[in-house]
Design a protein around this ligand. Structure first.
Ligand SMILES: Cc1cc2nc3c(=O)[nH]c(=O)nc-3n(C[C@H](O)[C@H](O)[C@H](O)COP(=O)(O)OP(=O)(O)OC[C@H]3O[C@@H](n4cnc5c(N)ncnc54)[C@H](O)[C@@H]3O)c2cc1C
Length: 395
């Protein structure tokens, strides 16, 4: 049998899962990534606010099935018209099918002074080094105000800004500093969590724990000499330490045709099939896509399995399902669950949700590597927690 060649650009959550879900007797699968390592990004949160030393990366080669090829190289151009993926140095790979899974990245250029502040106080959406800088920041702050500010959309994992807020409040309270360290959370939205039902869960927790917040605060620039973050409207927010959730953009890759990209370099696609706009043989999954779903690993996972099924001739479709775990501090959690047809469920905080988040993290590498073991568990979990069903229970 003539095997079809599938080139997957990106060996992170979406790319590795897609590769391992494709039968290698039917497809020649090649994964290209500029890094040798696959990162479990959600753990940056626990480096930043818990000082966790748990390793967050594994070699991509080690995570892929033995018959999947891996090339470590940066991709510079994707020519969808000619079905070619151009690597750094000029070598090109041709494909029958293409899956783009190149993720999303902080853009420090949009907000004046952002890069310097990220270097100084750290952030937890970029690198391990910067997450450790956050840990140093909160450990050095003995009094004053820690500001956590959402710098703009989009960013990875919608609950992550508030997770940082809740975990830092827990950090200061456990050290007995809650009365001399204030936390202020600022967002450009009308409420602390953008989706109303989940906001109804988290806003009372903010109030209960004495955490101050500002809404409609669209961050424009930061003056670290005066220690103020300034909004577009000129409103000033004073801080002693500042952590900004950086707005993200897509990977720096040229596309032909160029108009498949949005101005933020996300790749436009059909929201049900993940086909890149105008191309039956090319797909984009995970954070790299411009489809209207949250940028989460769970989304990347679900899209990867849909695309793998479609390549095998099965008419699988994305439902837009999100299932983002939400750490509320003190061992409590929730999940942000929705799909294209159902709004976010008002899921109450529970220890079980927190446990599920931790269990998911513990099983992550295994889930990527052994889909035949984990897909049935994943499917059963997703069926049991469909937003349509939960929405009838939690109103
Ligand atoms: C603090 C934080 C908390 C999070 N919490 C959660 C959570 O609890 N649950 C959840 O589901 N998700 C969570 N996420 C989001 C999740 O990590 C991402 O959504 C997920 O990793 C996206 O997978 P991806 O495959 O699209 O991108 P990635 O996993 O980022 O992989 C992209 C890959 O593309 C490669 N690449 C990029 N450009 C090129 C190029 N030019 N050439 C070759 N290779 C390239 C990169 O090297 C990388 O390996 C969190 C993220 C953060 C930052």
């Amino acid at each position: 049998m003539n095997k079809k060649r599938v080139v997957i650009v990106g060996g992170g959550a979406g790319g590795a899962i897609a590769a391992n879900n494709l039968p290698t007797n039917e497809f020649d699968v090649v994964v290209v990534d500029k890094n040798a390592y696959h990162y479990y990004w959600p753990w940056l949160l626990y480096i930043a606010f818990k000082g966790s030393k748990r390793p967050i990366k594994k070699e991509i080669r080690e995570l892929l099935r033995p018959k999947v090829s891996f090339i470590q190289s940066s991709v510079t151009t994707i020519d969808l018209n000619e079905r070619r993926v151009v690597l750094e140095g000029g070598k090109a790979l041709s494909y029958d099918y293409l899956i783009v899974a190149t993720g999303s990245y902080p853009n420090y250029q949009l907000i004046g002074g952002h890069e310097k502040v990220a270097e100084k106080y750290g952030d937890y959406h970029s690198t391990e080094g910067r997450a450790w800088a956050v840990w140093n920041t909160i450990n050095s702050l003995r009094r004053g105000t820690l500001a956590i500010v959402v710098g703009g959309d989009p960013y990875r994992c919608p609950p992550s800004p508030l997770e940082g807020v809740f975990l830092s409040e827990e950090f200061f309270r456990r050290r007995g500093l809650q009365d001399i360290v204030d936390i202020i959370f600022a967002v450009p939205y009308p409420r602390p969590y953008p989706a109303e039902p989940m906001n109804e869960v988290v806003e009372p927790i903010l109030k209960e724990r004495g955490i101050d917040y500002r809404t409609f605060f669209t961050l424009d620039r930061i003056d670290d000499e005066r220690k103020v973050a300034v909004s577009m409207e000129g409103e000033e927010l004073k801080y002693d330490a500042l952590i900004v959730i950086p707005p993200h953009v897509g990977a720096d890759i040229k596309y032909r045709p160029e108009d498949v990209l949005t101005p933020d370099r996300f790749v436009q696609a059909d929201k049900f099939t993940n086909n890149i706009k105008g191309f039956d043989d090319a797909f984009v999954i995970g954070d790299a896509s411009a489809v209207p779903v949250a940028k989460t690993g769970v989304t990347a996972h679900l899209q990867a399995t849909v695309v793998a099924q479609r390549l095998q001739g099965i008419d699988a479709r994305n439902t837009g399902r999100t299932n983002c775990p939400f750490d509320l501090g003190y061992g409590l959690g929730a999940f942000v669950i929705s799909d294209y047809n159902h709004p976010v469920v008002k899921l109450p905080p529970s220890r079980f949700s927190h446990l599920a988040k931790m269990a998911f993290a513990a099983a992550y590498w295994d889930m990527v590597k052994y889909p035949e073991l984990w897909n049935p568990i994943f499917d059963a979990y997703f069926e049991a927690t469909e937003p349509e069903k939960l929405g009838r229970i939690y109103v």
